[in-house]
Design a protein around this ligand. Structure first.
Ligand SMILES: Nc1ncnc2c1ncn2[C@@H]1O[C@H](COP(=O)(O)OP(=O)(O)OP(=O)(O)O)[C@@H](O)[C@H]1O
Ligand SMILES: [Mg+2]
Length: 472
C-alpha cells in the first residue's frame, strides 16, 4: 500500500484531533448548560415549596385548616410564576391543585425517600393532557399538626429545553463546518510548509557525479529545513572532496603508469629498428626488465591503496613484537645503505615490545621509512634507526643526515603522489606513495606518524604505536 503524502497525513491528523477536541467541548458545554438550568430551577422550586410549607404551618397554627385550600389558591395567584402547585394529603386526596397543574395532568408524585428533604423529578405530561409540557417537579413531604402533606411545585421547562436544543443544534452545525475549514486550512499550511522540501528533492535529484559542485539553496529561515539543506550541502562538500581525491588519484596513477610503459616501448622499438648484437639485445632487455620491476612495484602500491580505500586490505592483528619487526627491516635497510656507502646504525632496546599489530604491514611501514632515509641521503651520510618505550607507546625513529625536506613540503609528504622535489625524487625512483601507505598502516594500528626535517641537514620520522595493555 502506498503511504499518503505527508501533507495529507498532517491534515488528517489535524482533522482527527480537532474532531475529538471539538466534540468533547460541544458535549460538555451542552451537559454543563443543562446542569446549570436544572440547578437554578431546582433552587427556585425549593424556595416555593418552603413558602407553601410556611403557609400550611401558619394556617394550622391559626386552626384554620378548612380555609387551607383558599389560602393556597391565593398564594399561587399572588406569587409570580407560582401557579404550578399541587398539595395532597397522606391518602392521596388533592387539598389543592392549581388549574394549570390539572390542565397538564401532572401526576401525584411519590413522597421523597426517607431522609431526603426534597425530591426532584422530570415529568413529561401525558399525551392526552390539555397541554403536554415537560415539567420539573419538586416534591416535599411536610408534617404539620399531625397531618402529612405532599407539596409539589413545578416549573415549565419547554423554553429552557428549546434554548438548550437550539444551542446544541448550533454546535452540531458549526463544529463540522469548523472541522472542514480547519482541515482545508491545515492542508494548505502543510503544503506551503513542505514546498521547500520538494525544492530540495528536485535539486538533490539533479545532482550527479558531473555536477557535484552544485549546492542546495539554503532558506534563511532558521528552522529544520535550513538545517537539513545545510547538512545536505555539508555532505555534498565531503562527497565532492572524496570524489576529487579519487579522480586525482586515478589521473596520477595513470600518469605514473604511462611513463614506464612509454620508456619500455621506445627502448624496444629502437632495438628492433635494425639488427643488433646479442650484447645489445641483452642490454635492452635488462633495461626493460628494470622498468618492469619498477612498474610492478608501482602497481603493487596502487593496489594496496585501492584495497585500503575499499576496506579490502586484510589485516591480521596478533600480538607482535615491534623490536623484532624493526630489526628485520633494518637487516634489509642496512644492505641498501651499504650499497650506497651510507653509515647505518641500529639502536633497538633488547626487551620485547608487544603491540596488537599486523607483522607484514608493520614491516612494510618500517621499510618505507628506511628506504626513504637511504634514498634521500647522499653517500657518506648516516642513517640511524631506534626504538624505545615511552608512555605506553612503542616509539620507532628513523633519522638520516640526508637532503631534508623544505618547511613548505612538510605538511604534504604524506599525501599520495606528493614528492618534495619532483625532478630529483623521480631520478631516485620515487613516485610519492610510500609515506601515504605508511600513514595508513600507522593509523590502522591506532598510532601516529610525524616528521621533523631541515633541508640539507636531514630528517627524523617518528612512529608511535600503542603498546598492548598487558605490556604497556
Ligand atoms: N627521509 C627523507 N629525506 C628527504 N625527503 C624525504 C624523505 N622521506 C620522504 N621524503 C620526501 O617525501 C616525498 C614522499 O615520500 P614517499 O616515500 O611518499 O614517496 P617517494 O619516496 O617519492 O616514492 P615511493 O612511493 O617510492 O616511496 C619524497 O618524494 C621526498 O621528497
Ligand atoms: Mg618513499
Amino acid at each position: 500500500m502506498m503511504a499518503l503524502p505527508i501533507r495529507l497525513r498532517l491534515a488528517a491528523w489535524y482533522f482527527a484531533v480537532l474532531a475529538v477536541v471539538l466534540s468533547a467541548f460541544g458535549l460538555s458545554a451542552c451537559l454543563e448548560m443543562r446542569h446549570s438550568i436544572h440547578r437554578t430551577v431546582d433552587e427556585e422550586l425549593q424556595i416555593r415549596a418552603e413558602g407553601v410549607r410556611q403557609l400550611i404551618e401558619r394556617n394550622v397554627a391559626r386552626g384554620d385548616e378548612d380555609n387551607l385550600q383558599e389560602g393556597l389558591r391565593e398564594h399561587t395567584e399572588l406569587r409570580m410564576g407560582g401557579a404550578l402547585l399541587q398539595v395532597s394529603d397522606e391518602q392521596g386526596n388533592w387539598i389543592y391543585r392549581s388549574p394549570v397543574m390539572s390542565d397538564y395532568g401532572a401526576p401525584r408524585m411519590l413522597p421523597p425517600p426517607k431522609g431526603a428533604v426534597d425530591f426532584m423529578t422530570k415529568v413529561r405530561t401525558p399525551k392526552n393532557a390539555v397541554a403536554p409540557m415537560p415539567l420539573r417537579i419538586c416534591t416535599r413531604e411536610v408534617n404539620v399538626g399531625g397531618e402529612t402533606y405532599l407539596i409539589q411545585s413545578a416549573f415549565e421547562m419547554d423554553d429552557f429545553y428549546e434554548a438548550l436544543n437550539h444551542f446544541a443544534l448550533l454546535l452540531w452545525i458549526s463544529i463540522p463546518l469548523l472541522l472542514v475549514s480547519a482541515a482545508v486550512g491545515g492542508y494548505w499550511i502543510s503544503t506551503r510548509a513542505l514546498a521547500p522540501v520538494d525544492q530540495i528533492t528536485q535539486t538533490a535529484r539533479s545532482i550527479s557525479a558531473q555536477n557535484l559542485s552544485s549546492r542546495l539553496v539554503v532558506p534563511n529561515t532558521g528552522d529544520e529545513l535550513q538545517r537539513l539543506s545545510e547538512t545536505l550541502n555539508g555532505m555534498l562538500e565531503r562527497l565532492e572532496a572524496a570524489f576529487k581525491k579519487i579522480t586525482q588519484f586515478t589521473a596520477d596513477a595513470s600518469h605514473e603508469l604511462r611513463t614506464p610503459v612509454a620508456v619500455m616501448r621506445t627502448r624496444a622499438e629502437l632495438a628492433l629498428r635494425k639488427a643488433r648484437s646479442a650484447e645489445e639485445y641483452q642490454e635492452v632487455i635488462a633495461e626493460v626488465l628494470a622498468e618492469l620491476e619498477k612498474t610492478s612495484a608501482l602497481i603493487e602500491q596502487l593496489m594496496f591503496l585501492a584495497r585500503a580505500d575499499s576496506g579490502g586490505q586484510t589485516m591480521n592483528f596478533t600480538p607482535t613484537n615491534v623490536g623484532e619487526i624493526l630489526r628485520e627491516a633494518c637487516h634489509q635497510g642496512s644492505a641498501l645503505a651499504e650499497a650506497k656507502q651510507i653509515g647505518f646504525q641500529e639502536n633497538i632496546v633488547g626487551e620485547p615490545m608487544w603491540i596488537k599489530g599486523d607483522a607484514t604491514s608493520l614491516r612494510r611501514l618500517f621499510l618505507i621509512l628506511i628506504d626513504n632515509a637511504v634514498k634521500y641521503t647522499p653517500a657518506s651520510g648516516k642513517v640511524e634507526v631506534s626504538l624505545h618505550r615511552n608512555d605506553g607507546f612503542a616509539v620507532a625513529e628513523v633519522r638520516d643526515t640526508g637532503i631534508g625536506i623544505a618547511q613548505t613540503d612538510l605538511p604534504n609528504v604524506f599525501e599520495r603522489f606528493y614528492r618534495a622535489d619532483k625532478a630529483r625524487t623521480r631520478e631516485l625512483g620515487g613516485v610519492g606513495l610510500g609515506l601515504s601507505i605508511g600513514r595508513w598502516i600507522t593509523e590502522v594500528h591506532l598510532g601516529t606518524i610525524e616528521v621533523q626535517s631541515a633541508p640539507g641537514r636531514g630528517s627524523i620520522f617518528q612512529v608511535r604505536l600503542p603498546l598492548a595493555k598487558a605490556t604497556a
